[in-house]
Design a protein around this ligand. Structure first.
Ligand code: SAM
Length: 363
């Protein structure tokens, strides 16, 4: 799978789109807000800049894209208000892979800018926004031009499916039944990708520039721990059922693996220290609140709830599944997936762990 050409979240604003099924990722953005505010405040107070260049990497499309930018803009406005300053000019870059639905974002930008201008007057400076299609595993910006880099729920995507895992048959990620070379290959790919990412961003950030990143991760050092693998295991189980029913070719399933890796805190810390360009101010794990656990007190029908969980996973995996298996399997696959989610809830507490890190580029 050529990740760069294939991967995109489900576009548009329809029922199965990422825009309509990204509540879980939104909670992670909200949870990370105080850490983003701290980084912005520190950056502003140290430099009192006349202009600031900000990039959100892996921005996707939908309400979360501009929610992140709102958080950043509001943190700057608040500082300016406190200090009695005029807001700096803001250059905001929204990056994602070329297949991303940039058009939907662009349509919402005039409303976003107008709203902030009306709400904040002097504390909202000119704001220039642009889309940057390309992989964050390549250079995206000229040297030393960025002040702040943000990325949420995106850096657990690898640049490619790790090599040498053809023996991971019947699985689509690291599973309890994966041969021992599989977790090693995934971790090696993560190490290479994350090291490259840090080197590229270090070239693009000004000295003292800040970076806040949230990714799907784990607390447990065992990469096949239940913490984060269950979603992928339920998807693999649904695909195995379809093989059993003759709806999916077994060889097709055997040759499919997801280009993702959810690292633990120790793995992230080791790569940052080894790469050496950044001072790590903070690294911690958190559970995104109100995750995919069914709340029996809520007035949401159980059936609607499991379908919503299924659509959340569909919105982030659909492009990869369609490219490998074809579009015709989708409805049946995610009906099965919803049923497995239904059986799983109640038996297990489904945990999604996020890692958040805040860094400063060394001077
Ligand atoms: C789950 S979405 C998260 C979107 C948004 N940041 C949020 O929090 O809702 C992950 C995004 O990362 C993007 N992505 C994955 N790999 C990428 C890469 N190498 N370069 C740029 N974007 C990438 C995907 O296309 C997708 O839009």
């Amino acid at each position: 799978m050529e990740v760069q050409n294939v991967l995109h979240m489900t576009p548009g604003e329809g029922k199965t789109s990422y825009a309509m099924n990204s509540e879980y990722q939104k909670r992670a953005i909200i949870k990370a807000k105080p850490i983003v505010e701290e980084a912005i405040t520190d950056l502003y107070c140290k430099t009192v800049p006349r202009s600031m260049a900000i990039a959100d990497l892996g921005c996707s499309s939908g309400p979360n894209t501009l929610l992140v930018i709102s958080e950043i803009v509001e943190a700057i406005s608040l500082m300016c208000q406190k200090l009695g300053h005029r807001s700096p000019e803001l250059q905001v870059y929204l990056n994602d892979l070329p297949g991303n639905d940039f058009n939907t974002i662009f349509k919402s930008i005039p409303f976003f800018v107008e709203k902030h201008r009306t709400d904040k007057e002097n504390e909202f400076g000119p704001c220039f926004m642009s889309g940057i299609p390309g992989s964050f595993y390549e250079r995206l910006f000229p040297a030393e031009t960025l002040d702040f880099v943000h990325s949420s729920n995106s850096l657990h995507y690898l640049s490619q499916v790790p090599h040498g895992i053809e023996n991971n048959k019947g699985n689509i990620y690291i599973a309890a039944t994966s041969p021992p070379n599989v977790p090693i290959a995934y971790f090696t790919q993560f190490q290479m990708d994350f090291t490259l990412f840090l080197s590229l961003r270090s070239a693009e950030l000004v000295p003292g520039g800040r970076m806040v990143i949230t990714i799907l991760g784990r607390r447990n050092i065992d990469p096949s721990s239940k913490e984060h693998c269950d979603s992928w295991e339920l998807l693999a189980q649904s695909l195995r059922d379809m093989v059993y029913q003759g709806l999916v070719d077994e060889a097709k399933l055997d040759s499919f693996n997801l280009p993702l890796y959810s690292p633990c805190l120790e793995e992230v810390k080791a790569v940052i220290e080894e790469q050496g360009s950044f001072h790590l101010n903070l690294l911690e794990a958190f559970d995104a609140e109100g995750d995919t656990n069914y709340d029996y007190e809520k007035e949401v029908e159980f059936d609607d709830f499991i379908k919503a969980v299924s659509r959340t996973v569909r919105a982030v995996t659909e492009s990869m599944l369609v490219s490998h298996f074809g579009e015709e399997i989708l409805e049946e696959l995610f009906d099965k997936y919803a049923k497995y989610v239904g059986q799983y809830i109640g038996k297990e507490k489904n945990k999604y762990v996020n890692l958040i890190m805040s860094m400063t580029k060394k001077g």
